[in-house]
Design a protein around this ligand. Structure first.
Ligand code: M6R
Length: 362
């Protein structure tokens, strides 16, 4: 049932091109630069968005904040569900609550949704599991169609959630007049290339395996990224701690100098998301600061970037893509890195200790 793979997690990592195809299938319309979501929701009925989720789904929500704010110019807050439900959130009838969940059963996410609805919010679910509890309580559901995910560490659901959030952002941007046709068309074309681009990353598994071999004895890792790649850093750290039990922390790279830089020494591998984008140069200067203090840099960088080699001991290249979609391509080597390290350490990859696939208790 693992289709020849030793673990569900690896199978699901390799299913990502197909999962993405299914998330995007039938929804991209280049002829008029629109997306068709098939949901009954008035895109003009709200002027703020709360994206609410837990764990990996929360990081998808955080990327969603960047996407929706960039393309639709609506203020967005990304919120951890277990905080949201108890913090007396400011919500009204002009709020859209987007809840993201693979299982559709996470109790904190469900209760946060109920809280938002009690206060008058409209709601949209971004969900994988068909007919799950959350889908029965939202005003509308956008299924991500990633297929069943068995591995406790979420992988294909994450990239599918990111693709779904991109669709929502484009849909809102087009409907509300903030996203021009040419810019939308470019994004749609890039979305259509995603399955192939992720395939290309998967073909480079041996590069990641080499990095894993080199660093799997480390006791701590730091992950850094900026802008829309900050959540990618957090997701990479979460994957690593979940299945390898190695302590990993993530920071927005610009925060380094406000404290965490004190941690840098030759025993702390630092994974940096240094792909092309508006903050590439800024990220590079953060990398230099780490390197100057003897840190070991593992960079995820864009194909053709030779400059990064001056600062990073190891570079994992990923194909070039629109910067707003870079999290979808860049997270894949981080999933593989966590996987390869966990296997080298002999961990139970599909059933890591203390964790359950869906968290239905508070
Ligand atoms: O089913 P959900 O997407 O609501 O689950 C949310 C989190 O429990 C989940 O993403 C968790 O963080 C994963 N184990 C991450 O790999």
């Amino acid at each position: 049932e693992k289709g020849g793979y030793p673990h569900y997690m690896l199978k699901e990592i390799f299913e990502q091109p197909t999962a993405l195809q299914n998330t995007l299938g039938g929804r991209l319309h280049e002829e008029n630069a629109e997306v068709a979501l098939g949901i009954e929701l008035d895109p003009h009925a709200f002027d703020r968005v709360h994206v609410i989720a837990c764990g990996t789904a929360f990081y998808a929500g955080w990327v969603g904040k960047y996407l929706i704010e960039a393309l639709a110019r609506i203020p967005v807050e990304a919120e951890i569900a277990s905080e949201y439900r108890y913090r007396d959130p400011v919500v009204d009838e002009r709020t859209l609550a987007i809840v993201i969940s693979q299982s559709g059963e996470t109790v904190d996410t469900l209760e946060a949704l109920r809280e938002a609805k009690r206060r008058g919010a409209k709601s949209l679910g971004v969900i994988n599991a068909k007919g799950s509890t959350i889908t029965r309580e939202t005003d509308a559901t956008l299924y991500i169609h990633a297929g069943p995910e068995i591995g406790v560490a979420s992988t294909k659901a994450y990239t599918a959630m990111l693709a779904a959030m991109s669709l929502i952002a484009i849909w809102l941007g087009r409907a509300r007049g903030t996203l021009e046709e040419a810019a939308a068309l470019e994004l749609l074309r890039e979305l259509r290339r995603l399955p192939r681009l992720v395939e290309e990353v998967l073909e480079r598994r041996d590069v990641v395996a080499h990095v894993a071999e080199k660093y799997h004895q480390a006791t701590d890792f730091l992950f850094l990224g900026r802008h829309i790649q900050a959540p990618t850093a957090y997701e990479g750290a979460l994957k690593l701690k979940e299945i390898s039990y190695i302590h990993a922390e993530a920071y927005p790279a610009g925060e380094m100098k406000h404290g965490p830089i004190a941690l840098i020494d030759p025993h702390l591998p630092v994974v940096v998301l240094a792909t092309e984008g508006p903050l590439y140069e800024k990220t590079l200067s953060n990398v230099q600061e780490v390197r100057a203090r003897g840190g070991h840099i593992i960079a995820v960088a864009t194909d053709g970037d030779e400059e990064i080699r001056r600062f990073a001991q190891d570079v994992i290249y990923v194909p070039r893509v629109h910067p707003l979609l870079s999290p979808i391509v860049s997270v894949v080597p981080l999933q593989l890195l966590a996987y390869e390290i966990a296997v080298l350490l002999g961990r139970d990859v599909d059933q890591p200790r203390n964790l359950a696939k869906s968290v239905t208790v508070e």
